[in-house]
Design a protein around this ligand. Sequence first.
Ligand SMILES: [Zn+2]
Length: 202
Amino acid sequence: MLKKAGFKLTHELIAEGLLSEIDREPLKAKYEAGTIFIACSDCDRFKHYFDDLTSVIPRAHTHALNGGAILMDADLADAHPEHPVLRSAHESLFGLTGIEGDLGLKDGLHLVSLLSHFPCGMAAVLKMDLREVVRSTLKAKRLIKERFPSANVLALLSIDWRESVLEEDQALGVRTYGMTLKDWERFEAFFAERQALLQEAA
Ligand SMILES: [Zn+2]
């Protein structure tokens, strides 16, 4: 039931234009120099979204930790004092061992690609529903742009359709979608209108 509702929400997000397939050619041309890539280390899905991203931007300087982009949300550690490691993960991803270091150590990297995914075991441990995963990823994008004004940030959500109960979904495999911070209010309105489905998916 959890997954069924989650995939239904995802279909609706795509239909509303809130999630969209990545526009590959412009990205290829614009970010030839590469990207910093922050993603969940999920052993069943990492290869899929890494291959997907690097088919567009081959040079991907990668940080993979359980949860990926959601760890960049500054409020996540406050919300979960029972997991102090969240604060150190957040600080390390922003600091010398993360984005700040990457920008200084590697020439040409100005793009940060932030990826969260559904379903994600770490998000489930933190009891985050799809709305919270989207919120955390977009908040992370905003924070990176504040801290590193010269950086561009791509907010991505990977969906593992193979986990859906519907065969036509399963055929889609693992796909990467883009989200934009400009749609923050639209995302909020979308999820507010679908509380029942969201609770079913939680
Ligand atoms: Zn994950």
